[in-house]
Design a protein around this ligand. Structure first.
Ligand SMILES: *[C@@H]1O[C@H](CO)[C@@H](O)[C@H](O)[C@H]1NC(C)=O
Ligand SMILES: *[C@@H]1O[C@H](CO)[C@@H](O)[C@H](O)[C@H]1NC(C)=O
Ligand SMILES: CC(=O)N[C@H]1CO[C@H](CO)[C@@H](O)[C@@H]1O
Length: 146
């Protein structure tokens, strides 16, 4: 019985850390306004976790959903603004050291990009734990192009 509980709690820890592994968009906030043709900063947070993981790649893309509902980033990413490595780090900037490991990307909205709501979609590929499980996750926020 003891063994059972021990295994059960190990499993619970494993599940919790898988959830905690998920990256997310720290900025911009949902419904932030960004002018077409301008630069904006996207912060991708990568909360620290128990299970070791190895970063592989990150894609950040923008898709207009001014005239159609946003399909979700796992269906369609749209215009790729960034495609490359992901290197989340703790910041050393005073006053912000409680932030989770993250990376800031300065990206440019194409000047001809349609105005209105746009899906800021992220695809994140990494290798999880000692078993080196390949994980592809997608997540998104909505920004308003002005
Ligand atoms: C926008 O970013 C690009 C590339 O990082 C840079 O060359 C350009 O000067 C920036 N523009 C503004 C207005 O900050
Ligand atoms: C990312 O940007 C935030 C907000 O400007 C800043 O506080 C933080 O130090 C930056 N992080 C890194 C790693 O440069
Ligand atoms: C289309 C799509 O996947 N939208 C999702 C964007 O992210 C929010 C949560 O931040 C979801 O609620 C939406 O479903």
């Amino acid at each position: 019985m003891r063994l059972f509980y021990a295994q059960y709690s190990l499993l619970a820890i494993a599940i919790t850390s898988v959830i905690a592994q998920s990256a997310n968009i720290g900025a911009p906030e949902d419904m932030s306004q960004v002018a077409a043709g301008s630069n904006f900063t996207v912060t991708i947070d990568r909360p620290d976790s128990l299970t070791g993981s190895t970063e592989v790649a990150l894609v950040i893309a923008l898709l207009s959903c001014a005239s159609n509902p946003c399909p979700g980033p796992s269906e369609e990413l749209g215009t790729v603004l960034y495609n490359g490595p992901f290197d989340p780090e703790f910041t050393t900037e005073p006053g912000t050291t409680s932030l989770p490991p993250h990376e800031n990307f300065t990206l440019t909205v194409p000047s001809a990009f349609s105005k209105g709501n746009a899906q800021l979609g992220v695809a994140h590929f990494y290798l999880l734990g000692a078993s080196v499980a390949p994980i592809l996750e997608t997540f998104n926020t909505t920004i308003v192009i002005t």
